[in-house]
Design a protein around this ligand. Structure first.
Ligand SMILES: Cc1ncc(COP(=O)(O)O)c(C=O)c1O
Length: 414
């Protein structure tokens, strides 16, 4: 992050804070489109980061929405309703009825169970609307339905007079680092779609495929993403299935646009271990694959006293040079701890920093996906951080810091 931007953020706002760089986000979406076969459309799974949806309404083809709250966010962000896919393992009947009656243009609904099929069938008839549906194929968990059940539904599809069975949705998990695993899924889906055509003369119009593309969060993890996307695209292009394919992505779209800034507020050495206490913590920072805080995520340190901003994650050679430089500057290993009252609030163990001082700011990168929603934000009744968007070099606050103690106390006025 540019030094002038960091200074702007620190001058205008308090830490901890999330900053989402919208220019970087749009660039990321362009990168994905450029490196994937143009046969694919992009669906953004908004659970990854709900603060950015309005900014990318024109950049993605769809939004996957999984709860009443996520739907309200889309409504208030004026998301094009045709782009919305209402998904989720529990579709609150009253909310689905509200959606169907208040907005007839919602693109499609997924079906995750016989119960959901019944609900959509009844509501579509009651309100005399046609609904597009995608049947979610299970990958062996509580989500979706078995192949045989999908086959049975397809065999009777004409009895659901107001439902248009557009196709299949499939998602089996996140952070898939190898194309071998993805290719297995492509082959499996290809075979299943072919079977539906052969057995039921049902031609799937579209496949919505959550590919779980990976994000490499930690220093030293090398990854040729262009090659990865090319290989995946070849797999897609070689499918027998020639209908439309939309890939659902959360992490891969949103992670790289996010920065989380947290300040050193105290430091101490206890029993020969250095501890830096930060004003943020693990309730705001979730790195998939982090174990025991042993890995170093990509980060920068802004050291206020001499206005130096040390990038610590570039390429290996630079890292090594910097390390040597830091070693020469008496680097010490610091345990970076958050402000929660638990010994588990360790962000990183033994991170080498030279001349760490109270007031230094750590800027954690790749924090644009899941961090602000998956963290244990209510623990200890600390404030939720501010959220700002960075666009064309300008910062815009889009959420103020939010007190959580009001949510954690008994109220006697009900
Ligand atoms: C149905 C579905 N699609 C897409 C995603 C997004 O996954 P990812 O963030 O790995 O891209 C999820 C995440 O849980 C999901 O449940």
């Amino acid at each position: 992050m540019k030094q002038e931007i960091i200074e702007k953020i620190l001058k205008k706002y308090e830490t901890p804070i999330y900053v989402f760089d919208i220019d970087k986000l749009k660039q990321r979406i362009r990168f994905l489109r450029e490196n994937l076969t143009n046969r694919l459309e992009l669906c953004y799974a908004i659970k990854a980061n709900t603060f950015i949806v309005k900014e990318i309404n024109d950049d993605v083809d769809r939004f996957e929405v999984c709860s009443p709250g996520e739907y309200s966010i889309c409504e208030e962000s004026s998301i094009t309703p045709e782009k919305i896919v209402i998904s989720g393992v529990y579709k609150t009947p009253s909310v689905i009825e509200y959606m169907i009656t208040s907005n007839k243009k919602i693109g499609r609904y997924t079906v995750e169970s016989q119960e959901q099929l019944k609900l959509l069938d009844e509501l579509s008839k009651k309100h005399n609307v046609k609904l597009n549906v995608l049947l979610r194929l299970t990958s062996g968990n509580q989500f979706g339905i078995n192949e045989e059940d999908i086959e049975e539904i397809i065999s009777k599809k004409d009895s659901y007079t107001n439902l248009n069975f557009e196709g299949i949705q499939y998602f089996s998990g996140t952070q898939k680092r190898t194309n071998k695993r993805l290719q297995k899924e492509i082959d499996y889906l290809d075979e299943f779609l072919a079977r539906l055509e052969e057995k039921y003369n049902y031609i799937v119009e579209e496949l919505e495929f959550g590919t779980g593309f990976p994000v490499h969060y930690f220093q030293g993890e090398e990854f040729d993403e262009v090659e990865f996307l090319k290989e995946f695209s070849n797999g897609i292009d070689n499918m027998k299935y020639k209908g439309k394919i939309v890939i659902e992505l959360g992490r891969s779209i949103a992670a790289s646009c996010g920065y989380y800034l947290t300040k050193v507020v105290d430091k101490k050495t206890n029993k020969c271990q250095n501890y830096a206490i930060l004003d943020g913590g693990i309730h705001h920072l979730v790195y998939y694959g982090q174990t025991m805080a042993m890995k170093f995520p990509h980060l920068e340190i802004y050291q206020l006293r001499d206005n130096t901003n040390i990038e610590q994650d570039d390429n290996k050679e630079e890292r090594e040079n910097k390390k040597t430089e830091q070693d020469n500057n008496n680097t010490e290993a610091w345990n970076l701890m958050g402000s929660l009252c638990t010994i588990n609030d360790i962000i990183i163990k033994q991170y080498p920093v030279s001349n760490l001082q109270v007031g230094d700011v750590f800027i954690f990168k790749n924090t644009g996906a899941y961090c602000m929603t998956e963290g244990i934000s209510l623990f200890l009744s600390r404030e939720l951080p501010e959220v700002a968007l960075l666009k064309g070099g300008k910062l815009k606050l889009v959420r103020e810091a939010f007190e959580t103690y009001t949510l954690n106390k008994a109220s006697y006025y009900f």
